[in-house]
Structure formats: structure tokens, C-alpha cells
Write a protein that binds this ligand. Structure first.
Ligand SMILES: Cc1cc2nc3c(=O)[nH]c(=O)nc-3n(C[C@H](O)[C@H](O)[C@H](O)COP(=O)(O)OP(=O)(O)OC[C@H]3O[C@@H](n4cnc5c(N)ncnc54)[C@H](O)[C@@H]3O)c2cc1C
Length: 448
């Protein structure tokens, strides 16, 4: 009976939230019992949608050292090609990864591919990359042998998220636009009753899924205070809100066509930058700065230190930070960046876990037993949009995802949190030091 289906409120219409709503809607006889809430309207302009799931592009690839994520990415890739919900947004340009001379990501990925039964990559000498205009002038001796995977590429992450959302709404899932101000307990304080929005509305549900990405700590911390949860058992130990910079270079129609004709793939210069090729509709070369990461730490009224995305608009980047990041891009792309400036910048935030695994579980506190958490994208999880929610549904239904995944995605003990692992680019590529955004704010900022 549809009336017996628990009502579910999902906070956050980003990668994990929409994926959960989509898969849950397939299980529900009455998908209108599922509600997603987010602070931005689905039809608002790209720049106003502050979500890691929304951007000009995101890289889609199966290249992981970890078998779990390699398998999941292969499962997702099928959807990117064939599912009506996200089909047509993926551009299979291939990708080249050039490790620094002491890197090991490429070798580890290719070992995993071989163990899974097929390595369809090929070696790329650093000198080969000079044939792409964007990499003229790189210093080949700084790099080891790279590799090319023809199956990877990029997708338009605004249009893909939007079309995925529309499929879920089309079968009856509800979407509310509004900002959740607080999680509210029931009268006995035995479980969550629902949420209160900034405009005073209250939404109630049997189960609440917190899929608020980098904003997760800020939402959970007041209820952690109310329940007197100790420092070591708080969400901030599980995830950190981290910002990363992207620069967007506007191209002419002709420049765009030259890059397309040169078959420019996605290029990753180990630990330095991602270069994502343009399309004629977007005419934008996007560069992610992999060396610069920022945090914004606040002290809550109860004295706890938590990381939150800054209140600045994400395209309002301090000048000092732009200068530092421009240097990273100039080092990686010495000739192409001469005389060019990005037409737009963005600091985009993600929730990062120490092992770069997802955090997909029921909250461990007995008074929050109807609160579920789906977070921990760690800069690599957009590609899983079509599949992540399938696994979250198992968590919601109290089913195991198998021993390996349950272990990877559970709420971790202090001992387990000491493990540091790299999933995005393996262990070797993570060299950045996370400074507080305030260190870059000198009162002078430019809105682009
Ligand atoms: C710079 C950058 C580059 C990346 N590149 C790639 C890539 O190339 N490939 C890849 O696979 N992954 C990439 N990622 C990672 C990927 O985008 C994220 O891991 C993923 O989107 C995280 O999903 P999420 O659902 O946790 O968060 P989000 O997608 O950020 O969604 C969280 C949502 O919660 C909403 N929310 C938060 N608080 C509230 C509130 N109080 N009330 C209402 N709504 C709220 C937000 O508005 C937001 O829409 C990148 C991430 C970044 C930051």
C-alpha cells in the first residue's frame, strides 16, 4: 500500500540528493511521498546554483585504483551513454593523465583495469602533449610517462543534473525551493520530526536524508549541540568542507573549433590542473586548479570549530587567491595563458572525507535514527549521479550494500578516520595545503 510507504524528505538537490530521489522514485508506488528541497530554483541561472552538481562541465571517467569505485564508475558510464535520464550530455573526448615524475596514479589505474580484464589505455610521452595549443611550452622532463583512456570525457553538469531532476519530478517526486534553517526534533526528542525553513515553513517526514554536500556540518551542528554530542562523534570529524578554484576562459567560435578539430581530450597534469575542452555551445576552456584548496572555518555559538562554504558568492574570488591560482595555470600552460585572463572564476565547495570514500549511512545517534546521510563527494563523485542513489536506497531500506561498500561508506570511528587515502587521483597527487579563505581576503575583491 502506498500509504505505508514512509515519507522521505531529501535536503539537497545535488548529486547525492537527486540520485537518491530518482532511484527511490522507482521503488515507490507513490513517488509524491518523496520530497527534495534545495535553496535554488531549478530554472535559475547557472551562476546562482551553488551546488557542486552544477557546473559548465565535470569529468566522467572510470579510472580508479580502487576496484569499488572503478566498478561503480563503469556502472555509471553505461547510464551516461544509454539512460534517457542523462543521455546526450556526455562528450567522449578521452582523457590524458600526465603524472608528475614521482606520481603513480596512472600505473595503479592501469593495474586495476588489467585485473578487471581489459586495459584499453595507451602510453603517452609528455612531449606528445605539445601538439595541443594549450600545452605548448610545458617542460616534459618534469613528468613521467602519461596515459590516454579513450573512454573518458566530460559532461555538461548543469544540463545533465537538470534533465535527471526532471525525470524524477516527471514521475511524481516533489521539489521545494527553500533554505533549510534547522532540523527539528519531535516532542519527545526521540527522532527528527522534520525541518524548519528560513521563511518559517515546516516540512515533516518519516525519514530525512541529509544530502547537503559541503553545507552538511552547518546544518547538523545545532542538533548535535541540542543532543550534547561529543566532539569526536560530530559530523565535522567525518567530513571537511573544502573549496577548489576553477577558471573559465571565454573562447571565440574559431578558437573553440580549432580545439575540437585538434581532438583535445580532458588533460590532467598531475596534482596541478585539469583542463576540460570546450564545445561550441559553451565556448569555454575550463581549468581546475588542483594545487589550491581553501577552507572557511567558523566557531559555532557552542564553541565548536566547523568548516562551511563561505557566504561570498561562489564567483566572488579574492584577488590574492586569483593571483595565486593564475600562477598555477601559467606554470601548467605556459604559452597559452600568456596575455589571457579568465572571464570568470568560481570557488566550488565539496565535502571531503579523509579516505575520499562516501559517507552513506544512518546517523549513529539513537535520537537521530530516522536521519540518513549521503555526502562525501571528495571532488570525484559527480560521475556517479546516475547510480549513487541506488546504493543509498539500500541504506534507507536497512539493506546491506555488501561488506566492502558498507565498510567504505559507514560512519567511521576515530581510529578509522586516521587513515588517509586518495580516491580522486590516488595517494601521490594530493599535495595541496588547505589555507583558510580569510588569509586571502584583504578587503579588496572583484565581482566577475
Ligand atoms: C571544483 C570541483 C570540481 C569537481 N570536478 C569533478 C569532476 O570533474 N568529476 C566528478 O565526478 N566530480 C567532480 N567534482 C565532485 C562532485 O561535483 C561532487 O562530489 C558532488 O557534486 C557532491 O555532491 P553532493 O550531493 O554531496 O553536493 P552538491 O552537489 O553540492 O549538492 C548539495 C546541495 O545541497 C543544497 N543545500 C545545502 N544546504 C542547504 C540548505 N540549508 N537548504 C537547502 N538546500 C541546501 C545545496 O544548495 C546543493 O544544491 C568536483 C567538485 C568540485 C567542487
Amino acid at each position: 500500500m502506498a500509504d505505508n510507504e514512509p515519507t522521505v524528505l531529501i535536503i539537497g538537490a545535488g548529486t547525492f540528493g537527486m540520485s537518491t530521489a530518482y532511484h527511490l522514485s522507482k521503488q515507490y508506488q507513490d513517488p509524491s511521498r518523496i520530497t527534495v528541497i534545495d535553496r535554488w530554483d531549478i530554472d535559475s541561472p547557472l551562476q546562482n546554483k551553488h551546488a557542486a552538481a552544477i557546473d559548465t562541465n565535470r569529468i566522467i571517467r572510470t579510472d580508479y585504483e580502487s576496484h569499488v569505485y572503478c566498478n561503480l564508475a563503469n556502472e555509471a558510464l553505461h547510464f551516461w551513454f544509454w539512460s534517457i535520464a542523462v543521455q546526450g550530455h556526455f562528450h567522449k573526448t578521452g582523457w590524458i593523465v600526465l603524472d608528475l615524475a614521482d606520481g603513480g596514479f596512472g600505473d595503479a589505474v592501469r593495474k586495476t583495469f588489467k585485473e578487471r580484464g581489459g586495459d584499453y589505455t595507451r602510453c603517452v610521452a609528455p612531449e606528445e602533449l605539445e601538439r595541443f595549443a594549450v600545452l605548448k611550452g610545458i617542460k616534459p622532463k618534469d613528468f613521467g610517462i602519461g596515459y590516454y583512456n579513450p573512454e573518458a570525457g566530460w559532461c555538461d553538469a548543469e544540463s545533465a543534473t537538470t534533465s535527471f531532476t526532471k525525470v524524477a519530478l516527471g514521475v511524481g517526486v516533489k521539489r521545494v525551493t527553500g533554505e533549510v534553517q534547522e532540523l527539528i526534533l519531535d516532542s519527545e526528542c526521540s527522532r527528527l520530526a522534520g525541518v524548519r525553513l528560513l521563511d518559517g515553513r515546516v516540512l515533516k517526514a518519516d525519514k530525512i536524508v541529509l544530502a547537503a554536500g559541503a553545507w552538511t556540518s552547518v546544518l547538523l551542528s545545532p542538533i548535535e549541540d541540542a543532543l550534547r554530542i561529543q566532539e569526536e562523534d560530530r559530523i565535522e570529524r567525518q567530513i571537511t568542507a573544502v573549496g577548489r578554484l576553477s577558471a573559465y576562459y571565454a573562447l571565440s567560435e574559431q578558437e573553440t573549433q580549432c580545439m575540437i578539430d585538434s581532438k583535445l581530450p580532458v588533460i590532467v597534469i598531475g596534482g596541478e590542473v585539469d583542463i576540460i575542452p570546450p564545445s561550441q555551445p559553451n565556448r569555454t576552456l575550463k581549468i581546475n586548479d588542483l594545487r589550491t584548496e581553501v577552507v572557511s572555518t567558523i566557531t559555532t555559538s557552542s564553541g565548536h570549530r566547523i568548516t562551511v562554504p563561505s557566504h561570498r558568492h561562489q564567483s566572488d574570488v579574492p584577488e590574492k587567491l586569483k593571483r595565486q591560482s593564475t600562477k598555477v595555470m601559467q606554470d601548467a600552460m605556459p604559452e597559452w595563458t600568456k596575455g589571457r585572463m579568465p572571464h570568470r572564476w568560481r570557488i566550488c565547495y565539496d565535502a571531503v572525507t579523509p579516505t575520499e570514500d562516501w559517507l552513506m549511512c544512518r546517523h549513529p545517534h539513537s535520537q537521530l535514527s530516522n536521519l540518513y546521510i549521503a555526502v562525501g563527494g571528495s571532488f570525484h563523485s559527480y560521475k556517479f549521479l546516475p547510480v549513487a542513489g541506488k546504493y543509498m536506497c539500500n541504506v534507507l531500506n536497512g539493506h546491506s550494500n555488501g561488506e566492502e561498500k558498507d565498510r567504505a561508506w559507514k560512519w567511521k570511528s576515530g581510529h578509522e578516520l586516521q587513515r588517509r587515502e586518495g580516491k580522486e587521483f590516488g595517494d601521490n597527487a594530493r599535495k595541496s595545503v588547505r589555507k583558510d579563505l580569510r588569509e586571502y581576503e584583504d578587503g579588496v575583491s572583484a565581482k566577475l
